[in-house]
Design a protein around this ligand. Structure first.
Ligand SMILES: NC(=O)c1ccc[n+]([C@@H]2O[C@H](COP(=O)([O-])OP(=O)(O)OC[C@H]3O[C@@H](n4cnc5c(N)ncnc54)[C@H](OP(=O)(O)O)[C@@H]3O)[C@@H](O)[C@H]2O)c1
Length: 287
């Protein structure tokens, strides 16, 4: 069984599926996306992370949410057990011909995007709605007020924030109170800058969800950061990716990971990470 933890009021899996690679650039097509989500769910995964903005720059919007909806509609398992999280506040753009992520935290736009997300996901109420990324053009509390309004109106049940600093977590908590249940920040062996937010979440009793927990799907600049994980993996006879995820989950009971996958094989391997027990010596070596 995939490791379960409490994320706010949800009993869900500590390892979720990050949907992004299935619908942004270089995805392997719609059928592979459905197959990957079904494989994850069939293996016991109960947390899927998507976003309004998980589509190819210049292409049809919200394809990530559309894929998740189709996969859920066609899945025969217990749908009510699955936590579907989505995010608003980003959109895709081109900058000098390169696909990029635009920021839009204007309250009226967040409200419009979230209502579109609920409709696209085919739900009256989104389980968990994140504000995707601070917009430097909009005071942070004003974006958070829009998320609060969405909770008050029943468009979403629980709130999260993403790419947030300690100061922004405190602002969001002032606005959202206990309905703020998750902070989704980048965290991995090659990205430790968010350690302070991870510790702050532990103090506040808020879930910390690591994005790009394996360092992302692009080749990292410094591969050597994974060397100690490879050594531990060899001793256990598992992939080093499982060791990375197990190390992240060992940072506290409030820790969650959402590894991305382009295909069933990788998410199926990642879902085993909760069974991997690392010794104190191994954890000390990994840092
Ligand atoms: N909140 C935000 O601003 C934000 C930003 C970025 C990402 N995210 C979320 O975080 C999720 C994960 O991030 P990510 O997809 O960028 O990166 P990631 O999870 O760090 O890495 C994904 C890559 O790791 C590979 N992989 C996964 N499990 C593996 C395994 N067990 N063995 C070998 N390779 C494995 C995948 O391979 P294959 O390609 O071969 O399947 C994929 O290329 C996204 O899907 C998205 O939901 C959120």
């Amino acid at each position: 069984m995939v490791m379960h933890r409490n994320l706010g009021p949800f009993d869900t899996t500590a390892i979720g599926l990050g949907e992004m690679p299935l619908t942004i650039e270089n995805n392997l097509g719609w059928a592979k996306g459905i197959e990957t989500i079904h494989a994850a769910l069939d293996a016991g995964c109960r947390h899927i992370d998507t976003a309004w903005s998980y589509y190819c720059s210049g292409g049809e919007e919200q394809t990530g949410e559309k894929l998740v909806r189709e996969a859920m509609d066609s899945w025969k398992g217990p749908k009510d057990e699955v936590l579907i999280a989505t995010k608003v506040g980003h959109y895709r753009n081109f900058t000098d011909g390169v696909p990029t992520w635009g920021k839009d935290g204007k309250p009226e736009h967040l409200i419009r995007y979230a209502k579109q997300s609920a409709q696209t996901l085919g739900v009256d109420t989104i389980d968990l709605l994140y504000f995707h990324r601070p917009d430097p053009e909009v005071p942070y509390n004003e974006s958070c007020e829009a998320i609060k309004q969405l909770l008050d109106e029943g468009v979403a049940r629980w709130a999260g924030i993403s790419n947030a600093s300690v100061e922004q977590i405190d602002i969001a908590r002032d606005v959202l109170g206990d309905r703020l249940v998750a902070v989704q920040n980048q965290y991995s062996p090659i990205y430790l800058d968010t350690q302070d937010t991870l510790e702050h979440c532990a103090k506040l009793g808020i879930a910390f969800v690591c994005w790009s927990p394996l360092g992302g799907f692009r080749k990292p600049k410094d591969e050597s950061k994974f060397d100690p994980f490879r050594e531990v993996a060899a001793a256990h006879g598992v992939s080093y990716q499982q060791v990375v995820l197990a190390w992240e989950l060992a940072k506290g009971d409030h820790m969650f990971v959402i590894p991305g996958a382009h295909r069933p094989e990788t998410i199926l391997d990642s879902l085993n990470a909760g069974d991997l027990e690392l010794t104190d010596e191994e954890l000390a070596k990994l840092g």
